[in-house]
Design a protein around this ligand. Sequence first.
Ligand SMILES: [Zn+2]
Length: 209
Amino acid sequence: MTRECQEPQHWLMINALMRQAILAVQEVMGEQGLNIVLREAGLERFIGNPPPDDLELGIHASEYAALNQAVTSFCGRAGRGMLQRIGRASFRYGVEEQAALMGLVGVGLKLMPQKTRAKFILNQMAKALMDTNPEACEIVHETPEGLVYVEYSCTLCYGQRAEQPICHLLVGSVSEAVKWATGQEYTVREISCRAMGKKACAFLVEGTV
Ligand SMILES: [Zn+2]
């Protein structure tokens, strides 16, 4: 699961991930909201026609980042909470549609302690991304404050510059993943963001120690 992390060159991502995000935007913002956001993001081709549920590297990071940006500008101050909800729904679609890829079929989670479960699901997310994309690089660290999910190839903030972390969608996905695995809600904070000039985006799951 360890991979030498290099700056991605092609910045592509699999169709299934964009599909999950688009279905999630629709669930949270409704079909009209989704269509407005897709137009704003220059992604009209996905109106009424989401990407297929496959593992082809058919999406460029700039498109995913544009979707993220369009939700932010459409929702204004509510954008952060909205993106977190979209991230949560994205994870649920991921589990529904790609359970095998994520290595979640027939896993005896209940037999594991809480922390092991949280670490397990974060590792599985990282592994699924790296198995399907040679440029992806995600690592799970243990720190005294809790587990940290480090995303070196974050497509959400691709090409963006910001004073504050902006990958709220991934905060939602990590939160939902840990909740899915443990049955408990943990606070997740983005403690480093590539949009702020850092090397990676990093998400602390508080209290998973
Ligand atoms: Zn990011």
